[in-house]
Design a protein around this ligand. Structure first.
Ligand SMILES: [Ca+2]
Ligand SMILES: [Ca+2]
Ligand SMILES: [Ca+2]
Ligand SMILES: [Ca+2]
Length: 623
């Protein structure tokens, strides 16, 4: 084959199966550098490529990547890779080179020539003009600045996404004819900051400022504003709550400032922030907050408001947090005889206070009298059966509590008890007798008479009963008759006084028999000092109680025996061992003193008799 023929075949083959090359991104912003990637596709190409050359006469090449298997050389207008191979099964072989763009006034196309094997291609890279200056945001301070501040920090976020920021300054003046002051700002990431001297700017004064920033191609961005100078903290006042708060509470406060038109206010309960809001100068703000997460009791809420220059004021208010309804304790007698009046005592307490306390019995209001936390009233019914007491209360926070109690109105059987005599001396026979006045039908036919000698069950004779017993040692005793019907016990009580036998005033001779009796001739034993609580009046009657629910029954309890006797009575052996007139004189003097005291005490005592008090109808739990 002749050489021209071979060349033609090779040319045809090259034409038919030429490798292809592309460059990405094929753009670069003015004044910046960018990596361009050359992709070579030799798939089913006509020959193995062993050398790639980039010629860029107009766009400076500043770097070229190195790859194993290729020898790389690079200068300002050339990048070359050789001694490697791109076989015809390679669809993409990448070769990267960096270009540096000039400053342009409009987008410009720059040709570069790619030579690969026997082929070459001209590709275009566009140098982009950056039409946008740097963006300035987040200016501090803005609107307000601290008055007379010689070292005011000023800053802004400044970026230029395309060609980067080359520098920024801050300029200010008095917004009038005064001179400009300018400082160069220092870059830290995207923040440019500096320190301005505002010492000449007093409260109420004004300054005009300008941030100026340039990008690398030289485009300039500015941001201007005015500052009002403020040197006085705001005022905060609290309207409510001032006493208590509850689950949902309106927090109301007023904030004002000499300069700022808007204040940032934070409200807290103790150390917990409830809300942070911006409020208009001089206005009252109400924030409704849910406090269910806080504990009942004492808290402090605060409102802190900050003006435009960071000066703040805080107002604090102690409050009680009340989330619980009032507590009600009803103290009542669970069973009350028909027509009898019984006291109702209810104790109502709350954290913050009570708006109302009301009670009803059988649906009718009970008149209550208040003493501290205790509310007292009376209840009575003419009909037997189960009745309901309802106590309702509301606290100042609006929580309500309702408590009910059930009382049983029982028949009003009346038991009487008469002692004959009711004042006597030891060893005398005493008759305890009385009647049962029945309220409706009864089935019980017995009473129990409780005396110092023991309990005696007596069968009623008609409505009457009678029992006798022997008067015990001197003292005062309560005698009880109990009549139990349908589970309720009705009682009558009477007081028995057993007197001491009188004697003449002679030197005492103690019997020494251990019985504790004075044996004297003509000696009058001084009246025994009595405990001041000795019930010279009848025991206050109480209503019958349901079995098992009322207080323990009052058992027959003799009043304290005349206890001073043992203390004042010398033992026989002791007396007779005494010797000498002095000792006897001392004893006599002591006795005389005791006689005097005893007489005085006796005169101070209430009447021993029941004094005509009608014991009828007095009854008490006897179970
Ligand atoms: Ca430009
Ligand atoms: Ca720009
Ligand atoms: Ca202020
Ligand atoms: Ca409460």
């Amino acid at each position: 084959m002749k050489t021209p023929t071979l060349l033609l075949i090779l040319l045809l083959a090259t034409t038919a199966y030429a490798a292809t090359v592309t460059v990405t991104p094929a753009t670069v912003y003015e004044t910046t550098t960018a990596w361009e990637q050359l992709d070579v596709n030799n798939y089913k190409g006509s020959s193995i490529i062993t050398k790639i050359t980039v010629d860029s006469p107009s766009l400076t090449i500043t770097d070229a990547a190195e790859y194993l298997g290729w020898t790389q050389t690079q200068d300002a207008d050339t990048a070359e890779w050789k001694n490697g191979t791109i076989e015809t099964n390679v669809k993409d072989a990448a070769f990267e080179f960096q270009v540096s763009a000039p400053n342009v006034t409009s987008n410009s196309t720059v040709p570069i020539t790619i030579t690969y094997g026997s082929g070459s291609t001209v590709l275009n890279v566009t140098v982009l003009n950056d039409a946008t200056p740097p963006a300035i945001t987040g200016v501090k301070p803005n609107t307000y600045a601290r008055a007379n501040n010689a070292a005011q920090l000023v800053s802004a976020n400044i970026i230029d996404a395309e060609t980067s920021v080359s520098g920024a300054t801050y300029t200010w003046n008095d917004c009038g004819s005064g001179p400009d002051s300018t400082i160069v700002l220092t870059k830290s990431l995207d923040t440019y900051a500096g320190t301005a001297n505002f010492s000449g700017y007093s409260e109420g004064g004004k300054a005009c400022y300008k941030f100026t920033a340039k990008n690398n191609p030289g485009e300039t961005g500015t941001l201007t504003g005015e500052l009002l100078f403020d040197g006085t903290a705001p005022n905060v006042s609290i309207s409510s709550p001032t006493t208590f708060a509850t689950e949902t509470t309106d927090f109301k406060f007023t904030a004002s400032d000499n300069i700022a038109t808007t204040l940032s206010c934070e409200i807290k309960l103790d150390s917990t922030t409830l809300d942070t809001v911006n409020v208009t100068n001089g206005t009252t703000t109400t924030l409704t907050k849910n406090l269910t997460g806080f504990t009942e009791g004492s808290h402090t809420w605060t409102a802190t408001c900050t003006d435009g220059v960071g000066l703040s004021a805080t107002k604090a208010q102690a409050i009680m947090l009340d989330t619980a309804p009032p507590s009600i304790i009803i103290d009542y007698t669970p069973s009350i005889p028909r027509t009898q009046t019984s006291e109702l005592k209810t104790t109502v307490t709350d954290t913050v206070g009570l708006a109302s306390v009301n009670a009803t019995f059988e649906g009718a209001a009970i008149v209550l009298t208040k003493s501290g936390d205790v509310y007292k009233g009376t209840i009575s019914s003419n009909t037997t059966g189960t009745k309901t007491i309802v106590v309702e209360t509301k606290d100042d926070a609006g929580h309500t509590t309702t408590k009910t109690a059930t009382v049983t109105i029982v028949p009003n059987h009346i038991v009487t008890l008469t002692l004959s005599p009711d004042s006597t001396t030891t060893g005398s026979t005493i008759t305890a007798s009385g009647t049962i006045t029945k309220d409706g039908n009864t089935t019980s036919t017995e009473v129990i008479v409780k005396t110092p000698s023991g309990n005696t069950t007596k069968t009623l004779s008609g409505s009457d009963y009678s029992s006798t017993f022997i008067a015990p040692d001197p003292g005062t005793y309560i005698i009880t008759t109990e009549f139990t019907e349908a589970g309720y016990t009705y009682k009558a009580l009477a007081t028995l006084t057993v007197r001491t036998i009188s004697a003449a005033p002679e030197p005492p001779v103690f019997s020494g028999d251990g019985a504790g009796e004075w044996r004297t001739s003509g000696y009058v034993k001084p009246p025994e000092p009595q405990a001041p609580t000795t019930p010279s009046n009848p025991v206050t009657p109480t209503q019958p109680q349901a079995h098992g629910t009322g207080p323990a029954s009052q058992q027959y309890v003799p009043l304290p025996p005349e206890s001073p006797r043992s203390a004042l009575t010398p033992k026989g052996t002791g007396v007779f061992s005494l010797g000498g007139a002095v000792k006897w004189l001392a004893i006599l003097l002591a006795l005389a003193l005791l006689i005097g005291l005893g007489v005085y005490s006796y005169n101070r005592r209430g009447p021993k008799e029941d004094g005509g008090i009608d014991w009828n109808g007095y009854f008490k739990d006897g179970s």
